[in-house]
Design a binder for this molecule. Structure first.
Ligand code: ADP
Length: 472
């Protein structure tokens, strides 16, 4: 089943709420109105009873209302108070007097009913074909200890009619009110949702080629503006990511093309010129180097791809950072020595961080590798580790070529290579630092770089100490 539009749902919701509220209040008011009017009529009935008592003459076998027929006002008042008037003798239940109205309505009572009424409540209601009456029942003892049941009535019709009138108005006005409010709600919802429809139309026009476009905001600061602003922020992030992906694709094609062209060139030359096994061996050895570079690059790409896809095996435990740095420095010593670079370390023992040893090893290796790679002969690379404010601080400083200030914010991006390293054809593909940054972030750490062109660079990594993070 197709779900209703938001506009229809809003209107339906408001109309339903309004109907329920009107119905509940209407019912309460209907009930209260009946009660108030009936109470008023009952009070009047009491007045009539008291008034008539003064004119009542009751004696065995006879009951009369005695008044001065010449006093027109008195006659009128007595007559109208006694429009619904009955007197029965008790205990026989014999009807002594009955007003004309009751006579015509056929409101006769059997002796049992009379006796029952005499012992019953003060007020009783009687539903006749045409009217509903409320009676006041009083047992009065007259002369000779004779008892009489005197009943004075009043029609409840005014209360009933007022209630019926109210119900009629309610049943007519309520749907009308609900209809009017539904129409108004429908319009209001259209007005409120219109900016959303405009946003949707504007959003539809944005495709991957036009990610620099933004949704219009009206400056009202309302919810719709908030949605537009949030969408614009997402667009900005998307634009950035798509830009990175484009750059990534361009860089990867470029990076793959160079070694492939070299390989192809070498193979062609070997085929054309090589005449001895030695020549072929030489060509293959040189190709092997290119293959190594290629497989190194593809490896790094695979690691990055699986890291970003969240498919990484992760073992979090205490890692001896001092020990790790020591063994990696030993491992790279020959590489540094080959370039006549001195590797110095200052690593006090037992500095442990929490994380995955193989990933942390990759961080140290990449930083050391860069430091050696971007230093020229006779340079120095200093590695130090210390504990500071709950963090282990790893510092790798070199006296190499340094990084230009405008390149600094980008060096952690994938495939980014600062200018001298690119133009000087220093080996590398620009993936190392982006992986380093990803690993450090996963360890809830941070990385910072300071550098001066021609003087050297210093990379500092903060990683939570094992004891500190265990307590967190
Ligand atoms: P790669 O080393 O493969 O080029 P990285 O991601 O490790 O890629 O580094 C990105 C860029 O940052 C390098 O190309 C280089 O320009 C710059 N860079 C990194 N480390 C250093 C350093 N120690 N000294 C000078 N430049 C550096």
């Amino acid at each position: 089943m197709k779900t209703l539009s938001l506009r229809a749902r809003l209107t339906l919701f408001y109309s339903t709420i309004l109907t329920v509220i009107l119905a509940v209040f209407g019912f309460l008011f209907y009930d209260a109105l009946g009660l108030v009017l009936e109470n008023k009529l009952t009070a009047e009935l009491r007045d009539r009873v008291v008034y008539l008592a003064a004119f009542q003459r009751l004696q065995a076998g006879e009951a009369r209302l005695v008044f001065n027929p010449n006093d027109r006002r008195e006659a009128y008042l007595v007559q109208s108070a006694a429009r619904y008037y009955q007197v029965f003798q008790l205990p026989s239940g014999l009807l002594l007097v009955q007003s004309q109205e009751l006579e015509m309505m056929g409101a006769r009572l059997s002796p049992e009913e009379v006796r029952a009424l005499a012992g019953a409540q003060e007020f009783t209601d009687l539903q006749l074909e045409t009217e509903r009456l409320r009676f006041h029942n009083a047992v009065i003892t007259g002369n000779n200890a004779t008892s009489f049941l005197v009943r004075v009535g009043i029609p409840l019709t005014p209360a009933d009619e007022a209630q019926r009138g109210f119900l009629r108005s309610l049943l007519f006005l309520m749907p009308l009110g609900v209809l009017v409010s539904a129409l108004a709600g429908w319009q209001m919802a259209r007005r409120a949702l219109n900016p959303l429809a405009q946003l949707a139309a504007a959003a539809r026009k944005i495709d991957i080629e036009k990610l620099q476009q933004r949704l219009p905001t009206r400056g009202t600061g309302d919810e719709v503006d908030e949605v537009a602003a949030a969408f614009n922020e997402t667009l900005a992030r998307l634009e950035n990511s798509v830009g990175q992906m484009k750059q990534f694709t361009a860089s990867i094609s470029h990076e793959l093309r160079t070694p492939l062209t070299t390989l192809r060139g070498e193979a062609e030359i070997a085929l054309l010129q090589a005449s001895s096994v030695e020549d072929y061996r030489h060509a293959l050895t040189s190709q092997l180097e290119e293959f190594n570079k290629l497989s190194h690059m593809i490896n790094q790409l695979l690691i990055l791809a699986s890291a970003e896809a969240g498919e990484i095996q992760w073992m979090e435990r205490s890692v001896d950072l001092s020990g790790l740095v020591g063994s990696l420095v030993d491992q790279l010593e020959p590489v540094a020595a080959a370039k006549k670079i001195t590797l110095e370390t200052n690593t006090p023992p037992n500095i442990n961080v929490r994380g995955d040893a193989s990933w942390i090893e990759r961080v140290i290796l990449n930083l050391l590798d860069n430091a050696i790679k971007f230093s020229s002969e006779g340079g120095h690379v200093r590695v130090s580790v210390k504990a500071e404010d709950g963090d282990a601080v790893l510092r790798v400083a070199d006296t190499g070529m340094g990084i230009q200030a405008e390149a600094l914010p980008h060096i952690f991006e994938r495939f980014y290579r600062a200018e001298p390293s690119r133009s000087k054809q220093i080996e590398g593909v620009g993936l190392g630092l982006s992986l380093v940054k990803w690993i450090v972030d996963r360890h809830r750490g941070r990385i910072q770089v300071e550098s001066q062109v021609g003087k050297g660079s210093c990379f500092t990594v903060w990683l939570p100490l094992a004891s500190a993070s265990a307590g967190r």
